[in-house]
Design a protein around this ligand. Structure first.
Ligand code: S3P
Length: 425
């Protein structure tokens, strides 16, 4: 139960855990590189631990010490057949990216995950990987996990993806490492580019132009040191709370601000948010400290190219929209329906329970801001981003809010509730 006695606002500094997308990739690329990869500020969330678990089952020694992860990479051809099914847990990134690697291995792997993963669409990777020559089948015949992947010699293709998805793009680029010639992926709108950046850092030949990425096969990948920036998707909850809770001022330290991920900052500023970036660093993945002060927000329209840059932040943007003046329209975001939960339905149901005015659409939602919120019983549907969004909403509501399944924050931010407490005075 969370109650809101925040007359003095939220104050202080917070350091959010490492970026989830980058943490996954550091382990995966380290496993298929030669030599050691050392990862600092690795996200010790359940999703990234699933990635470690899968690669351990594929014969990779991964040390998880107090301050770093050490991956003992075995090169592009060093993985060995697992003796049991790989379990990706709740992680779409693990499931889809690892499939690109497994598609080329000289063995058969079965890959599954929790009940949410077993409902998420895998045809989006099965189709391109099959075009490259992989043998990949959905064991329940529903285009979802469990998947059985029989590695095959692969051919390079030029794939035009219907969805802007970094998971799809990355799966194809990883398979492309093993293909007979160059592999290209073109997406309708640019999705996050962490794979392109990090694969290049590990020694791959990756070229990008607009929304197309091209990779050359059979590079010599070498282990590297990766210092993971703070996750902007986790910082988003503090950005929203700092803007929406009156009399607040929060400094969020060392956050990744890659332009393919920083839509939350742009959207919040467009809504009238008082946000300042400090200590910007543009070596490799760009980072900054983010200073947020309480602001009067107004509604905006978010659509098109902007959507992939803030796709995981739409639940918390919904909360900002509810307290903003005027209408917020979110469109071109049908992908929300196939995330850890159907985030269009779940946000609509839960926000209505708190008294908000929200209408679901096929590809987003429309919110009439400015209606007072009251406490309610919220169902997170085991979706970490829903639980964290409503923890922020509870601070803006009259009365008490209960979030069912609140512990699912361990997926991406195990110390979320404790970190929030440090800002209350
Ligand atoms: C991710 C890509 C996004 C995002 C997910 C992480 C990644 O998914 O929603 O949380 O690490 O590549 P899609 O690629 O399906 O859009």
């Amino acid at each position: 139960m969370i109650s809101n006695q925040l007359t003095k606002g939220l104050h202080g500094e917070v350091t959010v855990p490492g970026d989830k997308s980058i943490s996954h990739r550091a382990v995966m690329f380290g496993a298929i590189a030669n030599g050691l990869t050392q990862v600092t500020n690795f996200l010790q969330g359940a999703d990234c631990l699933s990635t470690i678990d899968c690669f351990r089952k594929l014969g990779i020694n991964i040390e998880n010490t107090a301050d770093k992860i050490i991956v003992h990479g075995k090169g592009l051809h060093g993985l060995s057949a697992p003796s049991s099914t790989l379990d990706a847990g709740n992680s779409g990134t693990t499931t889809r990216l690892i499939s690109g690697i497994l598609a080329a291995q000289p063995f058969v792997t079965t890959l599954t995950g929790d009940s949410s993963i077993q409902k998420r669409p895998m045809k989006r990777i099965m189709e391109p990987l099959s075009m490259m020559g992989a043998d990949i089948i959905s064991l329940n015949g529903n285009d979802c996990a469990p998947l059985q992947i029989t590695g095959k010699p692969l051919r390079g293709i030029h794939y035009h993806s219907k969805v802007a998805s970094a998971q799809v793009k990355s799966a194809i680029l990883l398979a492309g490492l093993y293909a007979d010639e160059a592999t290209k992926v073109t997406e309708p709108v640019l999705s996050r580019n962490h794979s392109e950046i990090m694969l290049r850092y590990f020694g791959a030949d990756v070229h990008t132009e607009g929304t197309t990425a091209l990779i050359q096969p059979h590079p010599q990948l070498n282990g590297q040191s990766v210092n993971v920036p703070g996750d902007i998707s986790s910082a988003a909850y503090f950005i929203a709370a700092g803007l929406c809770v009156p009399h607040s001022e929060i400094l969020i330290k060392n956050v990744g601000i890659n332009p393919t991920r920083n839509g939350i900052i742009k959207a919040a500023i467009a809504m009238g948010g008082n946000i300042t970036l400090l200590n910007e660093n543009h070596d490799g993945e760009p980072t900054a400290d983010i200073l947020v002060k309480s602001s009067d927000l107004h509604g905006i329209t978010i659509e098109g190219d902007m959507i992939p840059t803030l796709i995981d932040e739409i639940p918390i943007i919904n909360i900002m929209a509810v307290v903003a003046n005027g209408t917020t329209i979110i469109k071109d975001a049908a992908e929300l329906k196939v995330k850890e939960s159907d985030r269009i339905t779940v946000m609509t149901e839960n926000l209505r329970a708190m008294g908000a005015e929200i209408t679901a659409a096929e590809d987003g939602m429309v919110i009439e801001g400015g209606k007072p919120l009251h406490g309610a019983i919220i169902d997170s549907y085991a979706d970490h981003r829903i639980a964290m969004s409503f923890a922020v909403a509870s601070l803006l509501a009259d009365g008490e809010t209960t979030i069912k399944g609140r512990d699912c924050v361990t997926i991406s931010y195990p110390s979320f509730y404790q970190d929030f407490e440090t800002l209350r005075r």
